[in-house]
Write a protein that binds this ligand. Structure first.
Ligand SMILES: [Ca+2]
Length: 425
């Protein structure tokens, strides 16, 4: 999980949000326009424009403008213990994951006291360890399977399957089938996100194994599952509890592990798929200076190198210069500098595809654990300025996760225990 890393880092000077930096070259070019050119522009465009405006003002009645929407955050329940994931099983139930090891049920506007599943006895919870993520089987209505990512008593990241009693919304801990375990050398940067892609495969964010500065160089080492996005088929074989999709990018590469889908990641704390397009958004928690969001188009065939520890966001990290000589590293679409205003630990969210808030349509929503800020971002439809970013709200939440319900409506969790639904006034 990303947020605890803030205790390791020093305060750095606030500069500018990533997108503002992104705009600078554009503005600079504007300032370089020659005065004569400016004058010509005025004559050619400004004066006719004024004339047209005046004419229109005389002949048209003013059209009413739609009221701008004000986004609010409606508390639906509190009293949770360190919520870190919110998801659904294709119906009105919300399932909320507590880091300490329980899955809780929110149904009919009520948080049920009885846990859906209680793994408290087998989960390590120190630092960024814990029960970190939950994903329902794409064929849940037939299988009643769900999958979790937790840290076991040995400190190993564990991906397991459980079976839900769909009548009682309770799962027996003894229904566990372990799919995959890998050791984590340190208690931080345990990754922790799992989600099914539109292709039906399970994607897993592992984290670089921890400490600071990626001492194992796990992000760039294709012989470790750490520092990666993994992709597996949860339908196993006789020999193994899961199988490798035949089109995984390194399946025929002897010097790489076949589970790897993408690499060069530090601690992806929440990736998601756009439920309409299938595009993937990977928020990666940075080291000392930047937080970032990476984009992977739905038609990607995998194998992307997102840069860590060679780069932190768009800057060289280790080595401190000439870190991308082959120009093959995939840079983030968005980044922001650490500082008291922006924050210092990103929590990735979702592309909003609900129906209740028009202004959020198509926008990627994300936040920062430390600052409580929530932003929206979208690609410039003209394709000129990259991604545009703007603040939705500066909250006082310790933003540990976002989540969506079966209607695509959006939620945010505060680590202190509250779950809030995005709404409009
Ligand atoms: Ca990166």
């Amino acid at each position: 999980m990303g947020y605890a890393h803030s205790q390791f880092i020093n305060a750095t000077k606030y500069t500018m949000a990533g997108m503002k930096l992104h705009f600078l070259p554009f503005l600079f070019r504007q300032n370089q326009l020659h005065l004569l050119s400016l004058a010509r522009l005025c004559v050619l465009f400004l004066i006719p424009l004024l004339l047209v405006s005046c004419t229109r003002a005389q002949t048209q009645t003013q059209q009413p403008q739609p009221e701008p929407e004000t986004i609010t955050f409606s508390l639906i329940t509190d009293g949770l213990s360190q919520p870190v994931d919110i998801t659904h099983a294709g119906d009105a139930r919300l399932f909320i994951v507590e880091k300490g090891g329980k899955i809780r049920l929110f149904e009919n506007n009520t948080l049920r006291a009885e846990a859906v599943l209680d793994l408290s006895d087998i989960v390590s919870t120190n630092s960024e360890r814990g029960l970190l993520s939950l994903a329902f089987d794409p064929n849940f209505s037939e299988t009643n399977y769900f999958f979790v990512y937790y840290t076991d008593s040995q400190g190993s990241s564990t991906i397991s399957r459980f079976t839900l009693n769909n009548q009682t919304s309770v799962a027996d801990a003894s229904s566990e089938k372990v799919l995959l375990k890998f050791s984590q050398p340190f208690a931080n940067h345990n990754g922790g996100q799992i989600a099914f892609g539109p292709d039906g495969y399970l994607y897993i964010a592992s984290g670089d194994g921890g400490s600071g500065n990626d001492p194992l160089n796990a992000g760039q080492n294709l012989k470790t599952l750490l520092g990666k996005i993994l992709r597996i088929d949860v339908v196993g074989t006789e020999a193994q509890a899961y199988s490798i999709p035949k089109d995984n990018p390194f399946i025929d590469n002897d010097s790489a592990l076949p589970e790897i889908w993408a690499y060069g990641l530090r601690n992806p704390w929440r990736f998601s798929f756009d439920s309409l397009t299938g595009d993937m958004y990977i928020a990666d928690v940075g080291q000392n200076a930047f937080e970032e969001v990476n984009f992977q188009a739905a038609d990607s065939t995998g194998g992307e190198n997102y840069g860590w520890r060679l780069m932190e966001a768009r800057n060289c990290f280790n080595p401190s210069e000439n870190c991308n000589p082959d120009n093959n590293l995939v840079e983030p679409i968005l980044h922001y500098a650490h500082g008291s205003e922006n924050g210092r630990s990103i929590t990735g969210g979702f592309v909003y595809r609900g129906e209740s808030i028009n202004s959020l349509q198509r926008k990627y929503i994300y936040g920062d654990f430390v600052s409580g800020r929530i932003w929206q971002a979208e690609a410039d439809p003209e394709g000129i300025r990259g991604w545009r970013n703007s603040l939705i709200e500066d909250t006082n939440y310790s933003i540990s996760t976002f989540g969506v319900d079966h209607e695509g409506e959006l939620y945010v969790a505060s680590f202190s225990g509250g779950i809030y639904k995005f709404a409009k006034e």
